[in-house]
Design a protein. Structure first.
Length: 279
């Protein structure tokens, strides 16, 4: 590395004075990641690496980019040994995107995907994270490219540091009723959140006033409350089958009605659907 002063912008790049010698730095070799407008470099003292030296110093070509690339390589080499899969790190949220957030960890930009923020479903990153916020997360993916540092990729997860809500699924029993919220709408049914991080499926065949041609997204909305009853639990596959609780109640009411008819009840005719409306 040598120190030089950028004296002028000339055709194709810059004139650089190094001691008593004059050198040329092409536009492509000035700056690295955060490049400035050409005029901003004129008059600055900067560090360069000589890439060509010909005619006893009459033709010298230098690069500032390689200085920064070498520094980045050294940084990546050091971080690749420190930031490995499974390591718990602290970082600062730098930017919010629809698909997640970019988090600065020891000067390196990592990605926190939206699916790795929490076990609970997150639809809007900005609703749970903000720029400048400090977080703790675990590294789940690290692809280091020491030859091309800008192509290195590291992904982190906050969810990995949370307790898995499915570990407590034993507290949920078949027949339990929940006043949940629709978390996601699919062509085959509705995913309803019944506990933080736990969604169950109400199959389309169990929904009232719905057929194969019904567009569920037009009939139901994400966030809409829905009372459901647990029909089946598969803890190993992390699946819960649900049914609308109203359907279950109607079956109870109908059964009660038939019992009264069999017993020859002479009292007022029992109407299960009228009883439901009174609730």
């Amino acid at each position: 590395p040598v120190e030089g002063n950028v004296t002028a912008e000339i055709k194709g790049g810059f004139e650089v004075k190094i001691g008593k010698a004059r050198a040329f730095c092409p536009y492509s070799q000035m700056g690295y990641k955060n490049r400035l407008e050409p005029a901003a470099y004129v008059g600055r003292n900067m560090t360069f690496i000589i890439t060509e030296f010909k005619n006893e110093g009459k033709n010298i070509i230098v690069s500032n980019r390689k200085v920064e690339e070498n520094a980045e390589n050294e940084k990546v080499n050091a971080l690749s040994e420190k930031l490995t899969v499974g390591t718990v790190v602290r970082g600062t949220v730098k930017s919010i995107q629809s698909y997640g957030a970019f988090v600065d960890v020891d000067g390196f930009q990592t990605l926190l995907p939206i699916s790795e923020i929490s076990h609970a479903r997150v639809n809007d990153v900005a609703s749970v994270l903000s720029e400048g916020q400090e977080i703790e997360a675990k590294i789940i993916k690290a692809e280091w490219n020491t030859a091309k540092p800008d192509r290195s990729k590291v992904s982190i997860s906050m969810k990995e540091l949370e307790a898995d809500p499915w570990s407590e699924v034993s507290s949920i029993k078949i027949g339990d009723k929940f006043n949940g919220k629709i978390a996601r709408i699919a062509a085959f049914g509705l995913f309803v959140n019944i506990k933080p991080g736990i969604d169950g499926l109400v199959h389309v065949s169990l929904l009232r006033d719905v057929n194969d041609k019904t567009n569920l997204s037009k009939k139901f909305k994400v966030g809409e409350e829905m009372e459901v009853v647990v029909q089946k639990i598969d803890a190993e596959e992390k699946r819960i089958s649900l049914a609308p609780a109203t359907s279950d109640e109607q079956e109870d009411e109908a059964s009660d009605y038939l019992k009264k008819q069999d017993a020859g009840d002479d009292g007022e005719t029992y109407n299960p659907f009228a009883a439901l409306l009174k609730k």
